[in-house]
Design a binder for this molecule. Structure first.
Ligand code: ADP
Length: 270
């Protein structure tokens, strides 16, 4: 987007021309757009849980309720408060990452137990999906920050579950590609329309199609994953067939000198 300014040019009192300044304001425009997306996301995502916290606390305060009903309302209030905390934490995390203020504690990290644990937690949360881990390489150790890597897989597995039907298969494939470890997460879900692919990792971007309008979210999850992958000198990519499913690939550089003890050759989950 180009904005053009023009100024008359004078030599003394004599006008001898016009100065045209062409300024690329694409990024300013994008920032403005993001701000308005932020305002609408925040107003929706903050208001919805707050409205139910208010509604249910009023019921608890002013109505005679059976203990089991009280418990049900309290658990809704608890869930909604957790959702709010999640949104605020994601927002602050992303802010820190983008400004380079996020601290990373790098060490050798084995991805296998992290991924398994993320799946276990997903199942505890009553997910009805099937998970399959396929190891096409015995490599699984990268140089990274374990907490941040957990956040990557929590967001990725969470999305695979959120945007695919119950009973759907979520497959996680480990492969080596040159000096990198590549983890592919595939689901049998809604998929991603082609025009959305390039915007998917932008902050606050959500696909506003009728197939997913009811699914809650903030549009921050993939932006956070992208920032974490960049901090690990890695990459994230996506391929999708709309209506059939999506495959996200996470690429981590392999540590230069991998000790044999990290190859987990005694692991039987291949
Ligand atoms: P959120 O899930 O909070 O909206 P994300 O940044 O995690 O935000 O994802 C951005 C958008 O990308 C989502 O709104 C969703 O439409 C789409 N998306 C993400 N993961 C998947 C997936 N596995 N399948 C289909 N669509 C997805």
């Amino acid at each position: 987007i180009i904005r053009v300014y023009h100024e008359p040019l004078y030599w003394g009192t004599e006008r001898f021309g016009t100065l045209f300044v062409h300024r690329d304001i694409t990024s300013e425009y994008e920032v403005d757009q993001m701000k308005s997306e932020f305002v609408s996301t925040v107003s929706h995502e903050l208001r919805t849980p707050l409205a139910s916290v208010l509604g249910f606390t009023e019921l608890l305060l002013y109505k005679e309720l059976k203990p089991e009903r009280q418990r049900k309302y309290l658990s809704t209030i608890h869930q909604e408060a957790q959702r709010l905390t999640g949104l605020i934490n994601d927002f602050l995390d992303l802010q820190r990452m983008e400004s380079g203020k996020q601290n990373y504690v790098f060490q050798e990290v084995d991805l296998l137990p992290i991924v398994e644990n993320v799946i276990e937690l997903q199942n505890v949360n009553a997910s009805l999906h099937r998970f399959e881990i396929v190891r096409q390489t015995d490599k699984s150790v990268v140089w990274g920050d374990p907490d941040k890597i957990r956040q990557v897989f929590t967001n990725m597995v969470g999305n695979a579950v959120k945007y695919s039907p119950n009973g759907g298969l979520v497959q996680i494939v480990y492969k080596q590609s040159g000096d990198s470890l590549v983890i592919e997460l595939s689901d049998e879900g809604l998929g991603i329309p082609e025009d959305a692919l390039s915007k998917l990792f932008s902050k606050f971007y959500r696909i506003d199609n009728s197939d997913r309008r009811e699914i809650g979210g903030t549009g921050l999850g993939l932006a956070i994953v992208k920032e974490i992958m960049l901090a690990h000198q890695g990459e994230i990519a996506v391929a999708s067939e709309y209506g059939r499913g999506s495959t996200f690939s996470l690429r981590f550089p392999l540590p230069r000198m991998q000790e044999p003890s990290h190859s987990l050759s005694d692991d039987s989950r291949a």
